[in-house]
Design a protein around this ligand. Structure first.
Ligand code: ASP
Length: 407
């Protein structure tokens, strides 16, 4: 009997199925289920959901088999059912974005100070809040329309790099020699591909250079003049060094001669395809020595993303983040010790970074969209939004110093 069904040609099988022959249905299923599963998996990226879609699609197909009259191949007819069901699920998925810029304020004498609402002033607070809000909107628009998390992360950071309020791109922190040397990185959680650039002095958007390294090169990190050459080949905009330098960054350098400052920008996104992305961009630490490389371009220190686990972007004193592989540490705590995203972020910021006497912050989104934003600086500009309309923009600590968020 088995051979009979195995050998049967497709039209015979279909016509037996139409008569309700279960074994013919089973044979059709056997012939097509792998292809249909793969099609659904390519859209949904989740094994369990793709399996459900595949099963349901066959049920639907057998129920409405009478409507199939051979206008297209049977495979194409089935594929359409699978794709429609997969897209229906995609529409119900949430997308999420979270971004940050840490902040530490200098006292007038250049000593370490604490950012307070008074010091930042109403104008300052409004300016930062509205910039964070615009950045958030850029990201959520891309994700809402089903766009990729890579585009969301790149465009959000692109905007923050253009905005001189932040320590990335224009307005970036300066080296002890008064030069802007920029670092950036981006990582894709689906295949752990990543791109990073360090020591850029003339590429307008370091995050785009990092993205091109990830998408269009076999390498992971480019530095200095090689990074510029690569960016030029990729058609990215090159600007004179003056472009990056602002009055504010010059003043910060004057004040910081004996003291370090920081304030990087980062973004993590979970898109509707279930892919996690993380990106980070910075001028580094004010008054850093020429050629110093921080955590931002070091994959695993300042940035990490792994589908099925979480995406992480870090800000703060990069040397310490490198020493504990901070971003990857969070991923490992979640993956191997079953920590929640909040527990993992708190562990790294308070039990590790703070314990070493260092300062900074972390934003994380896990695979289910739970977010955590932890910091031990006196403030961290931070924002979060999801496709169900939840939206948060904050600067100063909550009572707990954190904002755990569930989707
Ligand atoms: N982490 C950055 C660095 O060390 C600085 C920052 O976060 O502001 O280069």
């Amino acid at each position: 009997m088995k051979t009979r069904y195995n050998n049967r040609n497709l039209n015979e099988l279909i016509s037996d199925c139409k008569k309700g022959d279960n074994r013919a249905q089973m044979e059709l299923y056997k012939r097509y289920y792998k292809t249909m599963f793969n099609i659904s998996f390519r859209v949904l990226n989740k094994i369990d959901e793709a399996e459900d879609v595949m099963q349901e699609s066959f049920l639907t197909a057998f129920q409405k088999l009478d409507t199939y009259r051979g206008e297209v191949t049977f495979g194409a007819w089935l594929k359409k059912i699978v794709i429609n069901k997969s897209l229906d699920i995609l529409k119900t998925r949430k997308s999420l974005i979270s971004l940050d810029a840490s902040y530490e304020i200098a006292d007038d004498d250049g000593g370490e100070g604490y950012a307070t609402p008074e010091k930042l002033g109403e104008k300052g607070i409004n300016a930062y809040q509205s910039a964070m809000d615009s950045a958030l909107q850029i990201g959520i628009n891309i994700l809402e329309s089903g766009g990729s998390g890579a585009d969301a992360v790149e465009q959000v950071i692109w905007y923050l790099e253009d905005n001189p309020l932040f320590n990335a791109g224009r307005g970036a922190a300066l080296t002890s020699e008064g030069i802007a040397e920029l670092d950036a990185s981006i990582m894709r959680g689906s295949d752990l591909n990543a791109g990073a650039v360090t020591g850029l002095t003339d590429v307008k958007h370091p995050i785009s250079a990092a993205r091109r390294v990830m998408d269009s090169s076999v390498h992971v990190m480019f530095s200095g003049s090689g990074a510029t050459k690569f960016a030029k080949e990729q058609g990215l905009e090159i600007v004179p060094q003056d472009y990056f330098i602002t009055e504010k960054s010059k003043r910060s350098l004057e004040k910081a001669i004996h003291n370090d400052r920081f304030g990087t920008v980062g973004c993590v996104a979970l898109d509707k395809h279930g892919d996690l992305f993380a990106g980070t961009s910075t001028g580094g630490i004010t008054n850093k020595k020429h050629g110093r490389v921080g955590d931002v371009p070091v994959i695993g220190a300042g940035t990490y993303a792994k589908n099925g686990v979480a995406g992480v972007s870090c800000t703060g004193q990069g040397e310490y983040y490198i020493r504990i592989s901070a971003a990857k540490e969070i991923i490992s705590l979640i993956q191997y010790k079953n920590y929640t995203v909040e527990q993992a972020a708190r562990d790294v910021i308070y039990d590790q970074i703070d314990a070493m006497g260092a300062k900074g912050g972390i934003i994380c989104l896990d695979k289910d969209g739970n977010a955590a934003m932890e910091f031990n600086t006196s403030a961290m500009f931070r924002a979060y939004a999801n496709s169900t309309g939840e939206r948060i923009v904050k600067i100063f600590p909550d009572k707990t110093g954190s904002i755990p968020i569930s989707p």
